[in-house]
Write a protein that binds this ligand. Structure first.
Ligand code: ZN
Length: 512
């Protein structure tokens, strides 16, 4: 490329320059490739799963340990034992593995060999981990120690006594497996044992463990329905962490104890084996674990994820436990973001009228489609109206502010002369000007492409709802009701659905 500038005797030098130039270019190009995806990326969600619960625990252990001289083993159906075992396992730097009661599960057996384990602690009685299993472990050349009590309370108390001294403990209802899951990483890291009660009485084993360990403060997991107020008051300086459901409790634990959410573990609130395996790994990695419905990301974790702006997830459990829909929701950069949808006009105010259409109906139709798409994509949509009701512009702005929404999207259709046509998106410069403009520039081409309308561009105007909303806001004029070609597009269910999808995609792109 420089040869015409260089005399022949400089060819050698030229080659050298070219080579270094190519090197620089190659490296800057590689840099560009490496840089762009991290700046414009979806969230990450990786799955940790095995063929069954034993294998899932094995897979989780692989993320935390390459070798482990000590391992802890519990019965695959013994959730209370597994929960009390988790902080103990952490203290021993031991992976927590599961077994079938009557035969050492093959996955667990191979894993013990891989880990070069020398000592196994079995937590629980012979009904959950039989003598046969104990002997199978011993035959691998491993020393076996068993910690067991007369019942789940006693076993947890004995595990507590095997842990280093501490002044704090966790108290949970021993029959509600989901409630203490999220506190496992915190309990583990701090060396706090997890002790059990029923709803109303302090059993002697737990009472004794609290006393003999000199526990001065307790974290009590669950509401009055889990541990009632009489029992609560009998516990040492209790701090209650409850919630409206298991998902909410998990989120409240993460919030209250400000657990590390830089990579958050997620599991199904009804699959305790997966959750406990996940919690043990989350403990090892000093991260939070939250619970969800496996079919659809639950409301409470959604809001938590949105507020904390969590971008990276490890999902524990197979597709039957946490579906690929939930994985997709977690990967959406707009997951948990609260999006206000404002279908313009309503009731006595029809908005533009023409070609057999009333604007209020068209706006509501597109808004409802957007609502359902945002919802299934993992965001939290809030509508100013979901039926043919009139609200003033002030009320709409106030609703958005009260719901503390992240984005405000007002949906309208245009009217003018019959020859005016096309799509335009407005933003206002009063608040969040740059972000509003960015959102408008993401929305506009997607709505244009959905409807196949003329692109009238992104514009500024002081429309009330976008002028007074303090969050990033846009107002979309989808098409002209007064133009017959545009109106026919606004009548098409397919195109309205495409437009809603376009806006939903723009919201994801905004957070990407
Ligand atoms: Zn309008």
């Amino acid at each position: 490329m420089f040869s015409f500038l260089l005399p022949n005797d400089l060819k050698y030098l030229e080659g050298k320059i070219l080579r270094s130039l190519l090197k620089v270019l190659t490296f800057s190009f590689l840099g560009l490739i490496l840089f762009i995806p991290s700046a414009l990326a979806d969230n990450t969600a990786n799955r940790i799963a095995g063929k069954n619960r034993y294998d899932t625990a094995v897979q989780a252990s692989k993320k935390g340990w390459s070798t482990a001289s000590t391992a802890v083993i519990v019965g695959g159906g013994a959730y209370a034992d597994a929960i009390s075992a988790a902080p103990f396992a952490y203290q021993k730097n031991a992976p927590l593995l599961l077994t079938n009661a009557n035969n050492l599960s093959s996955e667990t057996k191979s894993r013990l060999k891989e880990l070069k384990t020398k000592t196994v602690y079995i937590i629980g009685g012979t009904s959950t981990v039989s003598y046969t299993v104990e002997n199978q472990i011993k035959s691998l050349g491993i020393t076996v120690k068993r910690i067991v009590g007369k019942n789940r309370y006693d076993t947890a108390a004995k595990v507590a006594k095997s842990m280093p001294s501490t002044s704090k403990a966790i108290v949970a209802n021993g029959f509600l497996y989901a409630e203490p899951i999220a506190i496992i990483p915190y309990a583990a890291k701090n060396g706090y044992p997890i002790l059990f009660t029923n709803n109303s009485t302090l059993n002697s084993y737990t009472a004794d463990a609290l006393k003999s360990k000199g526990i001065k403060q307790t974290y009590v997991i669950g509401g009055n329905g889990s541990i009632n107020s009489t029992l609560y008051k009998r516990l040492p300086s209790p701090i209650r962490i409850g919630g409206v459901n298991r998902y909410d409790i998990s989120v409240n634990i993460a919030k209250k104890l400000t657990l590390n959410t830089s990579n958050t573990y997620v599991s199904n609130g009804y699959s305790y084996a997966d959750s406990i395996a996940g919690a043990a790994l989350a403990a090892k990695q000093n991260k939070a674990i939250i619970l969800t419905n496996g079919e659809n990301l639950s409301k409470e974790p959604r809001a938590f994820i949105g507020n904390k702006n969590i971008k990276n997830f490890s999902v524990v459990g197979g597709t039957s436990s946490v579906t690929s829909k939930v994985m997709t929701q977690l990967k959406n950069p707009a997951v948990g973001k609260t999006i206000f949808i404002d279908p313009g006009h309503g009731d006595q105010d029809p908005g533009a009228i023409g070609n057999g259409l009333q604007e209020k109906d068209v706006n509501l139709d597109i808004a409802k489609r957007l609502n359902s798409k945002l919802n299934s994509a993992g965001a939290i949509p809030v509508m100013s109206r979901s039926n043919d009701t009139f609200y003033s512009l002030e009320e709409r702005v106030k609703k958005g502010a009260n719901a503390n929404v992240d984005l405000f999207i007002s949906i309208h259709a245009n009217s003018y002369t019959s020859s005016s046509q096309g799509t335009e998106t407005y933003y206002d410069k009063t608040y969040q000007s740059a972000n509003s403009q960015r959102l408008a520039e993401l929305v506009q081409p997607r709505v244009v492409s959905a409807f196949g309308t003329r692109d009238r561009g992104v514009k500024t105007a002081g429309f009330y709802v976008i002028k007074y909303s303090k969050m990033p806001s846009v107002l979309i004029e989808t098409a002209f009701i007064t133009n017959s070609s545009d109106a026919s597009k606004l009548k098409s269910v397919t195109l309205k659905d495409k437009a809603a999808k376009g806006i939903n995609d723009a919201v994801s792109a905004y957070y990407r």
